[in-house]
Design a protein around this ligand. Structure first.
Ligand SMILES: Nc1ncnc2c1ncn2[C@@H]1O[C@H](COP(=O)(O)OP(=O)(O)OP(=O)(O)O)[C@@H](O)[C@H]1O
Length: 252
């Protein structure tokens, strides 16, 4: 015990030097594995180290941590400048791209639907939201294509082999066509409501999808959500409603 007390200064110096060497080795290894997330790890290590060195009165270690802490922000920013620039650029670009994609998709839908309505061509379009619709769909042809007004219009042309049934849009893509949907079981629905509208209503009662219907008979455009129908939608009203109902997160 006496020996320990007599040599406390030497022991402190030994601990001081060993820790300094250990920290330098660790930091150089960390620097080699260049990962943006390591910035946080390095900074936390420096803060914890600084506090420990202060607590144990290890002056050299503390000086080392102080120096590192002060310069670390600048040094790390310089080391990771490419990653930081890339991350910022990706963030800005992905937001911009998603906004463009979202308005593109709705514009394409509105354009196709109004064209079909004018020509009195019946259509049924399902936009999946948070609940998957797959298990409610019967038959259908897999497509997996970008949503364009030309594609939608050509699918519903009377001579198209897949014009019967519904087109499905999932995660911003047109995934299937010619799908049959479950009809509504609601007995209170007017008898005059045909099967295309009953199918739109039926699916919207089971899932949170947005279902657009173009009536072949009248050219009217309706949207079904949660079993409820909004009808007589002109193109601006349809666009406005779709922008309100369809969020970007369902188009990814
Ligand atoms: N279960 C279903 N799922 C998807 N589409 C369906 C389903 N049943 C019928 N259809 C579509 O609806 C068409 C028949 O429409 P029908 O005239 O019976 O309905 P409607 O609601 O009166 O529509 P419209 O106003 O266009 O005439 C079918 O040719 C088919 O394309």
């Amino acid at each position: 015990m006496t020996f320990l007390l007599q040599n406390i200064g030497v022991l402190q110096d030994l601990l001081d030097l060993s820790l300094t060497a250990l920290i330098l080795v660790r930091l150089s290894r960390l620097m080699k594995t260049v990962l943006a997330l390591r910035i946080l790890a390095v900074l936390s290590t420096l803060v914890v180290g600084h506090l420990l060195a202060r607590l144990l009165s290890l002056h050299t270690v503390r000086l080392l941590f102080d120096t590192f802490l002060v310069s670390s922000v600048v040094v790390l920013a310089v080391i990771f400048q490419t990653d930081i620039r890339r991350a910022f650029a990706a963030l800005i670009r992905s937001r911009a791209v998603k906004d463009v994609e979202m308005s593109d998709l709705i514009d394409e839908l509105v354009f196709a639907v109004s064209g079909l309505a004018q020509k009195r061509i019946g259509a049924l379009i399902v936009i999946e939201r948070s609940i998957q619709v797959d298990s409610y769909l019967a038959v259908g042809t897999e497509i997996d294509a970008k949503v364009t007004s030309e594609l939608i219009s050509s699918i519903f042309l009377p001579y198209s082999p897949i014009h019967d049934g519904a087109v499905i849009i999932q995660r911003g893509k047109l995934t299937r066509a010619g799908c049959f949907l479950p009809l509504t079981q609601n007995l209170e629905v007017s008898k005059s409501l045909g099967t295309r509208h009953r199918a739109a209503m039926g699916l919207s009662e089971l899932v949170d999808a947005v279902v657009i219907v173009v009536s072949e008979e009248t050219g009217t455009v309706s949207v079904f959500v949660g079993g409820k129908k909004t009808t007589n939608l002109d193109p601006p009203a349809l666009g406005k409603l779709l922008r309100r109902l369809v969020d970007q997160r369902w188009l990814k």
